[in-house]
Design a protein around this ligand. Structure first.
Ligand SMILES: [Fe+2]
Length: 327
């Protein structure tokens, strides 16, 4: 493999009302607003030294435009272009200048239908980590991962691991050893990209890293005080899988955001993927209330990188069911 993917680095999502989204993401959750124009809001976490990790784009309908990975060198973009082209995947260079703060970007629909993006350069900005005087809401630190529902987790896992060089930290398997969900990483934490068996392709959530559990609790108070208590969908609680302390929120357009803290290092080559049984109740919820039906059934649609149209979804290859302990 002659390219080196570093980490998940940004998500570009359509929203229907930028002011309404700004009130939620900036005023309530505490994202830093790097830049805004008529159609875009560019947001970052306090730890991030680059222009943005979340782009909200004004649109008539919500939908996910891209989930982006940063690569080590500019030339790796060309190598990725050739790699995807040779596989008949129709990669596409984005027009330069239509996006702020970012260099050359390459987009492609992955084999599951997810809109992937790659870039090497992003404009540097002031890192706000020690501007404690500006901390607000959840004190968002940085983007951590995306979690996607796909029809065929085993196929997605195989492509990301064998073709793109991801490694697996944890996975969920059925009684007959079919992979139900997989947590894959390039950066040395539990994941950059998780796949779950479900109606897909859809983005289930974007995870943002927080420094500590009290930031999650404090965010709940701030959300309630600002009239957003209804935005809390699940948690707070702790996952068995990944060990993260978590909270799931729904933004004003229904996109799901996870506040996430407390996972662990996965850098060692002899780290062995952790297997969880689908029916182990401690897998998804080590402690905390059971996930509501909406968490299992609802997710964000993704868009075609060429047409911008919503991609149709299909039922998963493994029969959809809730784990036994939930029913
Ligand atoms: Fe997550």
């Amino acid at each position: 493999m002659d390219f080196n993917i570093i980490r998940i680095a940004r998500v570009v999502m359509n929203v229907t009302d930028l002011d309404r989204s700004r009130a939620f993401y900036v005023d309530a959750l505490g994202f830093v607003e790097t830049e805004r124009d008529e159609d875009h809001l560019y947001l970052r976490g306090l730890e991030e030294h680059v222009h943005h990790s979340l782009v909200l784009k004004k649109s008539e309908k919500p939908g996910i435009q891209a989930m982006a990975y940063k690569v080590m060198e500019e030339q790796h973009l060309d190598q990725l272009y050739t790699f995807f082209k040779d596989k008949g995947m129709r990669p596409k260079w984005m027009d330069q200048g239509c996006q702020r703060g970012i260099g050359r970007t390459l987009r492609v629909q992955d084999p599951s239908g997810l809109p992937l993006e790659f870039f090497a350069e992003m404009e540097g900005v002031e890192r706000m980590l020690q501007r404690y005087d500006l901390y607000r809401g959840a004190r968002i630190q940085r983007i951590d991962h995306v979690n996607c529902m796909v029809q065929d987790v085993e196929a997605a896992q195989s492509f990301y691991m064998n073709e793109l060089g991801f490694r697996c930290s944890e996975y969920t398997a059925t009684e007959d050893d079919r992979v139900w969900a997989a947590w894959l990483h390039r950066k040395p934490t539990v994941h950059d990209h998780a796949f779950m068996n479900g109606v897909g392709p859809r983005l289930h959530h974007v995870g943002f890293s927080l420094s500590d559990p009290m930031s999650v609790i404090h965010c709940c108070d701030v959300l309630a005080a600002k009239g957003y208590a209804h935005a809390i969908e699940r948690g707070p609680g702790r996952h068995g899988l990944s060990n993260a302390f978590f909270l799931y929120l729904r933004d004003p357009d229904g996109n799901r955001i996870e506040l996430y803290t407390g996972d662990y290092l996965t850098s060692d080559p002899d780290f062995k993927p952790i297997r969880w049984d689908l029916n182990d109740p401690r897998r998804a919820t080590f402690w905390g209330h059971a996930a509501p039906d909406s968490w299992f059934n609802e997710a964000s649609v993704v868009l075609d990188v060429h047409t911008g149209e919503e991609l149709p979804t299909s039922e998963p290859v493994l029969q959809q069911r809730k784990p036994d302990f939930v029913t």
